[in-house]
Design a protein around this ligand. Structure first.
Ligand code: AMP
Length: 265
């Protein structure tokens, strides 16, 4: 497995299957890596804690960094390369590095876009840059970050001239046996807050009872809810009966903010 740190070493990895991550890999990430390997293209895992998607006061410095272990996992899963660039490589301060305008799904729903106003600007900036540098044929994203998945899908669809024939492939959320969605941020949870965090999954399982039932479930566990909503699965705007719907929740407990989502049956 190649460990790539510079742009020039990426040249032989074009037309790959890319899995963008911020590292601290868990089974959710690994399911994407294995899917990328199974695509038959060389699988490239990018590991980059993207400062542009953290606001001042968020957990950029505390974010878990476990590069040596991550490299072992990628090797075990059959990745062809890990791209682990420095911040200056991704953001050279060059005006020619352009972030495309945000799609509507990054600004209109009032979900992550409202709670973390800087976030999708940072996500689109890094994802666009990674696509430009790596030039993959396919890129894999988790359903765990549903709005992000929709944002990246729409961004690529709107810029087919920039990334012709790039396919975005989604993979289902990988959960702990008790239902907690795997997340690099779960390491912040104490044993008692980890138990309470299960309320996110319980709230989603009550989506067919409506938004108030979802919110009550989070409140009863003492979580601070940012949103507990049912939306159109594509636009993330108000749902209509004839189109697929998605339940989405975001809540904090003991200083850790978690998100989760599920299809509404
Ligand atoms: P992150 O390292 O948190 O930026 O996530 C990198 C990729 O892994 C994103 O596409 C996430 O949606 C995906 N991911 C994170 N957690 C999970 C999970 N539990 N199941 C599936 N995909 C996940």
């Amino acid at each position: 497995m190649q460990i790539v740190r510079t742009i020039s070493d990426l040249a032989c990895l074009h037309e790959s299957a890319l899995v963008p991550t911020m590292g601290a890999l868990h089974e959710g990430h690994r399911s994407l890596v294995r899917a990328a390997v199974a695509s038959g293209r060389p699988a490239v895992v990018s590991i980059f804690v993207n400062p542009a998607q953290f606001a001042p006061g968020e957990d950029l410095d505390a974010y878990p960094r476990t590069l040596e272990r991550d490299l072992d996992l990628c090797r075990d899963d059959g990745a062809a390369a890990v791209f682990a660039p420095e911040v200056d490589t991704v953001y050279p301060g060059d005006a020619s590095v352009q972030t495309p305008p945000l799609p509507a799904v990054a600004a209109s729903p009032g979900l992550e876009d409202a709670c973390r106003p800087h976030f999708f600007q940072g996500v689109c900036r890094v994802v666009a840059r990674l696509f430009d540098l790596v030039r993959p044929a396919e890129a894999f994203f988790g359903e765990k970050d549903w709005q992000q998945l929709r944002v990246v899908t729409e961004m690529v669809a709107a810029h087919q001239d920039r990334w012709p024939s790039l396919t975005i492939t989604a993979h289902p959320t990988v959960r702990e046996p008790d239902g907690l969605a795997m997340s690099s941020r779960n390491v912040y949870l104490s044993p008692s807050s980890r138990d309470r965090a299960l309320a996110l999954h319980r709230a989603l399982s009550r989506a067919s009872e409506g938004e108030p039932a979802m919110r009550r479930t989070l409140d009863a566990a003492g979580l601070t809810t940012d949103y507990a909503v049912i939306r159109d699965a594509e636009t993330l705007l108000a749902p209509t009966a004839d189109r697929p719907q998605r339940a989405l929740v975001a809540a904090s407990l003991d200083g850790t903010r978690l998100i989760d989502n599920a299809a509404v049956p």
